[in-house]
Design a protein around this ligand. Structure first.
Ligand SMILES: O=C(O)CCC(=O)c1ccccc1C(=O)O
Ligand SMILES: [Mg+2]
Length: 352
């Protein structure tokens, strides 16, 4: 049975500006992808964010047009087989279309998306709260997230002076509830000496990991920093940049941050996660601040590939509007539905 694709552009305002050492954004633009066959629809989100390692929007749009052109005569499985060739160098476009096709297949088989991807995947996904940059009054965000029961708090570093950030970090850590921890992300802000100083000053703090410490990441420097760090160092956007294609065990860090929109969809993300975990690395799945259509898929995928980890999927509150109801954590956990597919239902304006 052939599959009908519909691709609809969207623009969603942010509730508050996103800032990081790689710049920020005040709006998210992308395409909602619907794949329909036999009266059922699956949904995906193509949400390019070049700063995170995806293609530019015009490249995504061209790839989506190629997929549309090829889709009409093909069934969902046949289109999945051809998708990689149709979306070369367009991972966000591939993620959007592949998600919609897998969601459709799951709904057709009466399976949750996580069960389609990994039969034993649980219905609970722990997530970190995102407090924003360390110069944006994270204390207020910390109180709000702590009140909602979050256990891991993510902070963007490398936005202010290292000395200022060290002082603010110590101050913030004094207000952390018991048994909660900080997840830090420098987004490539530091040279090796600054990174070493920052890691050293975190030694006494409840830090669980630090993403992308280095402006010019190389495995030897990362390995030296990791050897001295009492917590996991992690790579994120470098996996699509200077370190693309290197085997996980050669990267020098203990953890990989996997963004399906950067890696080219659920299947590529699962394959990298399996490789990394077999090599003894931790993996964490995170969003690129996607719409609800993307977040539901990402959350199902997180449950399938690292069920015991805390993932970076609590980004819906950064959007002032959305395409449907987004997964919303309680006590730091997203509960996934037992209904077939991803759990996404479009709001009436986008409806089937
Ligand atoms: O990890 C999270 O909790 C949310 C995702 C996130 O921080 C992010 C979102 C968009 C672009 C880059 C990043 C990042 O981790 O660097
Ligand atoms: Mg990151």
């Amino acid at each position: 049975m052939s599959v009908a694709l519909r691709i609809t552009p969207y623009a969603l305002a942010l509730a508050r500006d996103w800032s990081s050492a790689r710049g920020g954004f005040a709006q998210r633009r992308g395409w909602l992808v619907r794949a329909s066959a036999g009266g059922l629809s699956g949904w995906g989100d193509c949400a390019p964010l070049p700063a995170a390692g995806t293609e530019q929007a015009d490249v995504a749009e061209a790839a989506l047009a190629r997929v549309l052109g090829a889709a009409s005569a093909l069934g969902a499985e046949a289109l999945l087989d051809r998708l990689e060739a149709l979306t070369l160098a367009a991972p966000a476009a591939r993620h959007g279309v592949e998600s919609a096709l897998l969601d459709l297949i799951a709904r057709r088989r009466g399976l949750t998306l996580r069960a389609l991807l990994a039969p034993a995947a649980p219905a609970r996904v722990a997530v970190n709260a995102v407090l924003g940059a360390l110069d944006d009054d994270p204390g207020t965000a910390l109180s709000a997230a702590a009140a909602r029961g979050a256990r891991v708090f993510k902070l963007k570093l490398g936005v202010a002076e290292p000395r200022t950030e060290r002082a603010r970090l110590r101050e913030l850590a004094r207000h952390l509830p018991p048994e909660t921890r900080l997840r830090l992300d420098a987004n490539g802000a530091w040279d090796a000496a600054t990174a070493a100083t920052m890691i050293e000053s975190c030694r006494a703090l409840p830090v669980e990991s630090l993403e992308e410490p280095l402006r010019e990441p190389d495995p030897a420097t990362l390995a030296a920093l990791q050897a001295r760090a009492p917590f996991a160092l992690a790579l994120d956007e470098s996996l699509a940049g200077p370190l693309a294609g290197l085997a996980p065990e050669r990267l020098g860090v203990r953890r990989l941050v996997l963004k399906p929109a950067v890696l080219g969809g659920p299947r590529a993300t699962l394959a990298l996660a399996e490789h990394a975990r077999a090599a003894g690395l931790e993996v964490v799945l995170t969003s690129v601040v996607e719409s609800a259509a993307g977040l539901w898929v990402d959350a199902q995928l997180a449950a399938a590939l690292a069920p015991a980890q805390t993932h970076g999927l609590d980004t819906a509150a950064w959007l002032a509007e959305d395409l449907g109801v987004a997964p919303s954590p309680r006590e730091g956990v997203i509960t996934l539905p037992e209904t077939p597919g991803s759990g996404f239902t479009p709001c009436p304006a986008q409806a089937p």
